[in-house]
Design a protein around this ligand. Structure first.
Ligand code: FEO
Length: 396
């Protein structure tokens, strides 16, 4: 239900406790999510964003309990993606003439999605909309993460409505950053950045710089997913600046799949070699057949280097590893190093295949990789440990 965010700003969105997959099957949401919509009641009344389509009826009913819908003067569509615009068709059936403020690309996307000719008002960076004593200032944020995305800033209250940026898929009844488990919050923030915003990092750096140059005081960041940043909102802006700048921790992650355990044994022996060579580095292992894809991506995001392993099957690699490579290609990781390993019985193409595809994904492949026939014996396991130690040195 609605609650006060600050002064005349109310949250009127939807917490989606059940959500476990977002973007179809693309993003795992272990902790649910929320679609945050905000009602600003000044002399003029503005509604910022709505919720995902399946909750449209509930949203409009709840909103009508909060305010006579005819009193809404402006609808602000910061982003056209369905999780924020999904209730617009139902809402605008009730108030068809209300102006909908969005970017030029927002009009294209909303018309493409809903095929309605609403009362669109196109805005660009720096445009202002008076609500009485306070104003909304619009800032276009193209490719953060769609071409139409924009932020809206409310003067007086000093609140930035950032839509997807600075959000997380995190359902919580507490709704403010100072009231939730900080480790959970950070985990969801970095997962969100790694899986959604990584390819747009150069734009993130540029846009944050541009917004900081405006020197707008910032008291709160109201995102469209997850909690509201009211306690030191600059902290998430600082995190974004770090994450967008070719982020890495002192971590090497081994990701593999295995048919008859030989490639798993190789992974564990290589990890042992890494640890023997570098006691400071964090080493993590994930079997991709058993690991959530988005969690794996988050670990890659944190890593300075990865090792990818697959046995050779039908002259190629296992599907779970191929799927990860496809995902990584789109995410455009930068400044990360990589190597490959795997066991084989007779043809043994997997390691070269992996190395080539890692390079194609933008990783600096630091060696030829390691392949072993059949199951590793003692000598094979020693070769793995030696390879791990050498890899640790190459990426140190
Ligand atoms: Fe939360 Fe890009 O939609």
């Amino acid at each position: 239900m609605a609650f006060t965010v600050k002064n005349n700003i109310s949250w009127v969105g939807k917490i989606d406790w059940e959500l476990r997959k977002f973007h179809g099957d693309e993003y795992s949401t272990h902790r649910g999510s929320s679609y945050n919509s905000y009602l600003i009641r000044e002399e003029k009344v503005a509604l910022i964003d709505t919720v995902w389509g399946p909750f449209a009826g509930e949203f409009v009913e709840n909103l009508a309990r909060e305010i006579d819908l005819r009193q809404i003067d402006y609808v602000i569509a910061n982003h056209a993606e369905s999780d924020h615009s999904g209730a617009l068709p139902l809402l605008l059936r009730e108030i068809p003439d209300v102006p909908v403020y969005c970017t030029k690309n927002g009009v294209k996307s909303l018309q493409g999605l809903y095929h309605r000719d609403w009362n669109f008002q196109v805005v660009k960076t720096g445009d202002r909309l008076s609500l009485g004593d306070k104003e909304l200032i619009f800032v276009e944020a193209p490719m953060l993460h769609w071409p139409d995305s924009m932020f809206s800033y409310l003067t007086g209250d000093e609140v930035l409505f950032s839509n997807d940026a600075f959000g997380q898929h995190y359902a919580s009844e507490f709704m403010f950053n100072d009231r939730v488990d900080q480790a959970e919050l950070l985990a969801e923030c970095i997962k969100y950045y790694a899986n959604i915003l990584t390819p747009f990092s150069p734009m993130v750096l540029r846009k944050i710089g541009e917004v900081l140059d405006l020197k707008l005081p910032l008291d709160m960041i109201c995102t469209s997913h997850g909690i509201i940043w009211r306690d030191n909102p600059a902290q998430i802006v600082e995190k974004y600046l770090q994450w967008a700048d070719n982020y890495q921790e002192n971590q090497i992650t081994l990701l593999y799949d295995t048919m008859w355990e030989s490639t798993r044994v190789m992974a564990e022996q290589i990890a042992q070699g890494i640890r023997q060579a570098d006691a400071q580095v964090t080493v993590k292992l994930y079997n991709l057949a058993k690991t959530d894809k988005n969690d794996a991506i988050t670990e890659i995001f944190r890593s300075k280097a990865i090792l990818l392993g697959s046995p050779t099957v039908n002259n190629g690699i296992l599907v779970s590893v191929a799927a990860l490579l496809e995902e990584m290609k789109g995410l455009k990781f930068r400044m990360k190093k990589a190597g490959a390993f795997g066991s084989y019985g007779w043809s043994g193409e997997a390691v070269k295949n992996l190395s080539d595809r890692l390079a194609d994904c933008g990783f600096a492949v630091v060696d030829q990789g390691l392949r072993l026939t059949w199951a590793p014996d003692e000598d094979g396991m020693q070769l793995c440990r030696t390879y791990g130690a050498e890899f640790a040195e190459r990426v140190r």
